[in-house]
Design a protein around this ligand. Structure first.
Ligand SMILES: [Zn+2]
Length: 264
């Protein structure tokens, strides 16, 4: 998605490119997720289909959703040479009551498993990028408050099994520490989630990396290289903290701000 310099678009470019790449990687479950999630993701799905048949450019798809966002939230999603927060954008585009995480919990004392329990999908802000699954499970326990089984024994995150959840899970990262080994998957009772995109912020600009189904890492910046992705390596052959940040061509450090996982 080519950056719009008259109406700064990099937050939209980064988030929508991440969603587009997930759709290209695995169109059927991605389309289902996008249509079910919010009016904005549903609009993106229509736009991607139109792009696929030559009916629209990705920039036109972006601009249409951006206009809808501006109409709904004129003060949050502005035009002109002003940035917007990508976390704010992800909240509005991806938070939904129509899709849920479904878990069960195991009692430490008698080993019995609870009935399935659910909570709606939210873009959760994590403290760090290495304990994604633990933080997600702790958050679900706090929100769901499962009834205790034997003698009021409290549940811990490792008593939680994720049964199902949204095809794409998006998290904010509050403290992207140098050297952090970024979690590359979230386990579930059956199909796990794998890391699919990371969005970075630095020097008043958002850029992103996409990790495809063959674990190949691609860098994308709407302002450079004609918005084409460049190949950086295969995840298992890159340093373990590679995904936590990057240095731009101008020497600016760009830190992880959002991390996304797609179900395999
Ligand atoms: Zn029990």
């Amino acid at each position: 998605m080519r950056w719009d310099g008259a109406n700064y678009s990099c937050a939209y470019d980064a988030l929508f490119t991440a969603i587009f790449q997930m759709w290209i990687d695995n169109p059927y479950p991605s389309s289902w997720f996008l249509r079910a999630s919010t009016t904005y993701t549903s609009g993106l799905c229509d736009g991607f289909v139109s792009f696929g048949t030559g009916g629209a450019t990705l920039e036109a798809v972006r601009d249409a959703i951006r206009r809808d966002l501006h109409i709904a939230f004129p003060r949050r999603f502005v035009y002109g040479q002003t940035g917007c927060s990508v976390e704010d954008l992800a909240d509005v585009v991806l938070n939904t009551d129509r899709l849920t995480w479904i878990i069960n919990v195991r009692c430490k004392s008698c080993e019995s498993i609870s009935a399935p329990l659910s909570y709606p999908v939210r873009v959760l802000t994590l403290p760090f990028a290495d304990t994604v699954e633990q933080c997600l499970k702790r958050w679900l326990l706090r929100k769901i408050k499962p009834p205790t089984c034997c003698n009021g024994v409290q549940y811990n995150y490792d008593d939680v099994t994720i049964l199902t959840g949204p095809h794409m899970a998006c998290f904010g990262v509050a403290d992207p520490r140098k050297g952090c080994v970024v979690a590359t998957s979230i386990s579930a009772a059956d199909a796990p989630w794998r890391i699919s995109s990371v969005i970075y912020h630095g020097g008043f600009h958002f850029v992103m990396r996409h990790i495809d189904r063959r674990h190949q890492v691609w860098f994308n910046d709407g302002m450079n290289n004609n918005a084409r992705s460049s190949f950086e390596g295969t995840i298992m052959h890159l340093p373990p903290d590679f995904l936590i940040d990057r240095t731009s061509d101008a020497g600016v450090t760009q830190k992880m701000t959002l991390i996304m996982y797609a179900r395999t």
